[in-house]
Design a protein around this ligand. Sequence first.
Ligand code: BTN
Length: 254
Amino acid sequence: MSTRGIIGRRIIHYDRVTSTNDLVREWAENGEPEGLVIAAEEQTAGRGRLGRQWIGPRGTSLQFSVLLRPPLAAAQTARLTPLAALALAATLREELGLRPGLKWPNDVLLNEKKCAGILVETSFEADRLSYAVLGVGLNVNYSMREFADLAPFATTLLDELGREVNRDALERAIIKSLDAHYARLLAGDDVFSEWRSQLTTLGRYVRVVTPNGIEEGLAEDIAPDGALVLRQEGRTLRLYAGDVTLARESTPRS
Ligand code: BTN
């Protein structure tokens, strides 16, 4: 029996690209089978959620995208970001002895600061997913001290470990872990619930800066479609995008 997996069956490294998500999308549109990984030393137009810029100084971070074609209905695609977050966290734990946390909607944290983000972009045919591009950005061998505006919220592996990390080896380990987690998803394992149970802010009062304003409330749950369920006085909101921080420490009223 072959032990060859799906993710990483073809890996292409570029020096400089606009965004690895863009390149993978082009390959997908040209019929490339799933499993392709495109990585880059530098992105000139790396992007994050909510149209934000994603900065990874040249040659010092991991920035790559994966082409996936899982047999999922539209409502199930919210499982892909959790899959990647779990794979990243497992790799940081097992390869580097770190203790990562997970935060809705797409963050991996170290010491409560973001060290990695995930950007899933999808294309549908009717209600079926045609393909997904799963982009991963991980801050590795540079210091956040170079970015004063981000330093209060973000960190790097260098900052956390006090030493540089072999990026090639780490990339291989992440791809292997992504592949193992993807195999579990395809086998029907509930990776979504596993991710949800590990989220640092669930069950706590949070402040969410959304594209439409600021909301505060009890972070009650994550719905199967990926929405944060926020309980407020007299109403419950479902938020699909936003940045979460802890609002205040208190015991929720039932
Ligand atoms: C986020 O936290 O907002 C998501 C960040 C995702 C960044 C990665 S880097 C590789 C891939 N290419 C991109 O342009 N974005 C993703």
